[in-house]
Design a protein around this ligand. Sequence first.
Ligand code: SF4
Length: 358
Amino acid sequence: MTADFAEPLLLWYDRNARELPWRQSKDPYRVWISEIMLQQTRAQAVIPYYERFLLSLPDVKALAACPDDELMKLWEGLGYYSRARNLKKAALVIEEKYEGRFPETADELVKLPGIGEYTAGAIASIAFGEAVPAVDGNVLRVMARLTDDPRNILEPAVKKYFTELLKEHGPREPFAFGNLNQAFMDLGSLICLPGDKPQCEGCPVRRVCLAAARGTASVLPVRIKKTGKRRELRTVFIFRSGEKIAVRKRKNEGLLAGLYEFPNTEGRLTEEEAALYAENLGFSADAVKALPAARHVFSHVTWEMTGYEIRVLGDAEGVIFAEPKRIEEQYPIPSAFAAYAKACNIRVGAGKNKGEKA
Ligand code: SF4
């Protein structure tokens, strides 16, 4: 991974930051209200609620003194009313324990009702200039892609890892970290969109993004809720010899028993390791090209796949070379390999491999 994401991201933010009403001041109260409203709602939808709220309750004192019914009325339409109740609870703590002064560090802020690590980081960095990250789902998605990290972002240890990485490589100048946090928010909302929608062409950190380079962005980040399902990383090879493609028969027992497959192995191999793998099989490997990542979900295991197309010379034990059309007609390839079959014009799956079992 690259430590070079902060500078281009900050430059981009400098020129392209979204104009949002809460960005017009560094008042911690305003940052706080906006961050809480933004937790479940898109920025554009939050604007009218935010403006109305600030007009009625312009500061912590007013919020702490606001009757509950009035507060709920102001929150009406935003949903998740516990957020509004926690706002008032926290306002009362600030009034009573901190004599009306907002705590200034993330460590203190996180002790207030309704303020988690993300919100504490956002307020401390934006309003008080503390060099702390604000890590939410957007940031985890972008970081997992920048580093091409296939680990599960729902694991606390993975979140901690990215938080530390940001701390280590983020800027040190006062308030620059706040800008970096907001740049991540904008990048995640506008460009590094979830699923297969990242807009890598216009991305300011494309040059340093490993997922963009390796074609893995659409399957990152990995989010696995604990279901007991196993995850397996695999590397799939399209070995080409002239017009022919390599396939081999799977074992007669276990997953996809007796079907054919493109040679593949456990783990996520780099380009160099992929060439070495081909050579260890007995091929002489020529040009190596990375293929897009793919995922296949079986009933009890998920394959997270990366792939390489490699021009080879020679033979390898158990490997059959055949033209795509012949493979389509003669060798049943399970749909788990559909993404890679498509890369060499072979149709698989639906209707072709009846009886396929995981
Ligand atoms: Fe996301 Fe693509 Fe930018 Fe990488 S290059 S951070 S995947 S939008």
